[in-house]
Every structure is written in structure tokens, then in C-alpha cells.
Design a protein around this ligand. Structure first.
Ligand code: 48F
Length: 262
């Protein structure tokens, strides 16, 4: 068969447009494709929920690819290892309570399992705003990252979702947008983003699950974003808390969806 260059272009445009159109209304919209966002996407997708994840960069994986200082090896504790086991990712015991995994195997496997579970991942799309009513956040406002980078004056489009997960890492971008633009209070002790504290892996990894919760009606925090929002320490290159937090965020939302809260 002789290949036609324009048919290739038509295939891409038609298939991508169908995917995007079908994603404009979903159960859960996730902002950020780091470990927390990807694990949340996997757990929601495998329960049959319509889940869409938006990642600003060309590649998903967030801070996982580089391990620590670009040494591409990850450390997890026992609970983190249990999640890697679920994904079939190989781990090696370093010392009692410390397990290691190859970061490339980890990112690629979690990403593959999340998409195969039905989660739809869009890279190169940035979330620049939220949609909200008096009661709650009702979706996201998205634009091409290239538009954002080039500072072009191009209007965005919108995605309606029952729930949003802020999995934007240290930046806690969705939480900051809500705080700044709505002037309303977040569900934190101060009503605002408190800001992350200096590194302490032990405290950070112990508090992250408590901090994985609803931060504004319709919005849950997952991953490093939780500790940034609630004023807990950063944890550096240990990733168990990120994986557990993504899973917990999915569980909390699933409980609400099953309970028919909306
Ligand atoms: O930073 P990131 O990996 O967040 P995480 O899942 O994991 C944190 C760890 O990597 C590490 C750590 C723990 O050891 O502290 O830093 O909490 O992934 C966040 C992703 O969100 C994307 C960003 O490009 C990154 O890949 N992101 C951030 N803001 C936006 C966004 C946005 N507004 N729109 C789309 N994507």
C-alpha cells in the first residue's frame, strides 16, 4: 500500500478531536501527571470512572524520572512497596524498611497501567483556571502549554467534572488559583495555602495521608500538593507518600461517587 501523507494527518486530527470531545465532561479531572496524579488516575479508571488527566509537560511522570539529583532510582517504604507490587514494578530491599525501584520502570509502568485502566491522559495541556458556582468547583479551564509558554493571547476551553484533583506538586496550582481568584476560604486551618515546610521525610510521609483530603468543595489535594496546602514538610526523593496519597484521593472520591453525593 502507498502511504498518503494527508491521510496520516487526518487520522491524527480526527482521533484526537474525538478523544478531546469525549473528555469535556467527566467524573474526575486530575491536574498534574506526577506519581500522585497517575496513581489516582489508575485507581479511578480501574473502578470504571471517567477520569481525565491534564499534564503541562511533554512527558508525564513529574518528579519521578530523576529520582534524587538525577540518580534515577526511587526509594519507598513498605507501604509504598505494596503499591509498586500492585503495579508489578520490581523493587529491591536496601535495608529494613527501605526499598528501591528503577524510576524509568516505575513511571512507564504506572502510566501504561493507568491508560489501560481507562484513564485518559492529555499531555501538553495546562490548567489555567477553574470553573465554579457558589457551591463548588465544577471543572477546569485548559489551554495549550505552548500558548502559555509563548504568552499568546488565546482564549482557553473548559472541561466539566464532578471532582477535581490538584496533583500539581510543590506548586499547588489549583489551590492557589481558587484562593486568589475566588477570594473564598480553603478548608485549611488558616483558610489559605499554608505553604510547605523544610525537608523532613519522616514527618512528611506520616502526615501526607491525613493531608490528602478535600480542600475546597469539589477539589481534593493529592501528593506533594497536600503538604504544601496544609503546611507540612517536604519529603525529598522518597516516593511512597506520593503513591499512597494518589490512591487515597481516588478512594475518597470513589466513596462520594458511590454514595451518590452529587
Ligand atoms: O511534581 P510532581 O511529581 O507532583 P507529585 O505527584 O510528586 C511530587 C514528587 O515528584 C516530588 C516530591 C516527593 O518526593 O516532593 O517532587 O505530588 O508532578 C506534578 C505535575 O503536575 C504538572 C507538572 O508539570 C508535573 O508534571 N503540573 C503542574 N501544574 C500544572 C500541571 C497545571 N497547571 N496544569 C497541568 N499540569
Amino acid at each position: 500500500m502507498k502511504l498518503d501523507d494527508v491521510e496520516i494527518s487526518k487520522a491524527i486530527i480526527e482521533r484526537f478531536s474525538a478523544k478531546l470531545l469525549d473528555s469535556l465532561e467527566c467524573d474526575v479531572a486530575i491536574v498534574g501527571g506526577g506519581p500522585a496524579g497517575l496513581v489516582a488516575a489508575y485507581n479511578l479508571g480501574k473502578e470504571g470512572r471517567k477520569v481525565v488527566l491534564f499534564e503541562r509537560k511533554l512527558s508525564v511522570g513529574g518528579g519521578m524520572w530523576g529520582g534524587g539529583i538525577m540518580f534515577n532510582e526511587l526509594v519507598v517504604q513498605k507501604e509504598g512497596k505494596d503499591i509498586l507490587d500492585e503495579f508489578g514494578i520490581r523493587t529491591a530491599a536496601f535495608k529494613e524498611g527501605y526499598f528501591c525501584a528503577d524510576s524509568v520502570e516505575t513511571v512507564s509502568t504506572i502510566c501504561s497501567k493507568a491508560t489501560q485502566a481507562g484513564a485518559r491522559i492529555f499531555n501538553l495541556l495546562s490548567v489555567e483556571d477553574v470553573m465554579m458556582t457558589e457551591e463548588r468547583v465544577t471543572g477546569l479551564v485548559i489551554n495549550w502549554s505552548a500558548v502559555e509558554l509563548a504568552k499568546l493571547h488565546v482564549d482557553p476551553i473548559t472541561v466539566r467534572s464532578k471532582y477535581v484533583i490538584d496533583a500539581t506538586g510543590h506548586a499547588a496550582e489549583v489551590a492557589h488559583i481558587i484562593e486568589k481568584k475566588s477570594g473564598r476560604k480553603l478548608m485549611t486551618p488558616t483558610g489559605a495555602v499554608i505553604g510547605e515546610k523544610p525537608m523532613c521525610a519522616d514527618v512528611a510521609e506520616r502526615t501526607i495521608l491525613d493531608n490528602t483530603r478535600e480542600i475546597f468543595p469539589g477539589v481534593f489535594a493529592a501528593g506533594m500538593c497536600c503538604n504544601a496546602v496544609f503546611g507540612a514538610p517536604r519529603m525529598g526523593p522518597i516516593f511512597g507518600g506520593m503513591l499512597m496519597s494518589g490512591k487515597r484521593a481516588a478512594e475518597l472520591i470513589l466513596a462520594e461517587l458511590v454514595g451518590g453525593k452529587l
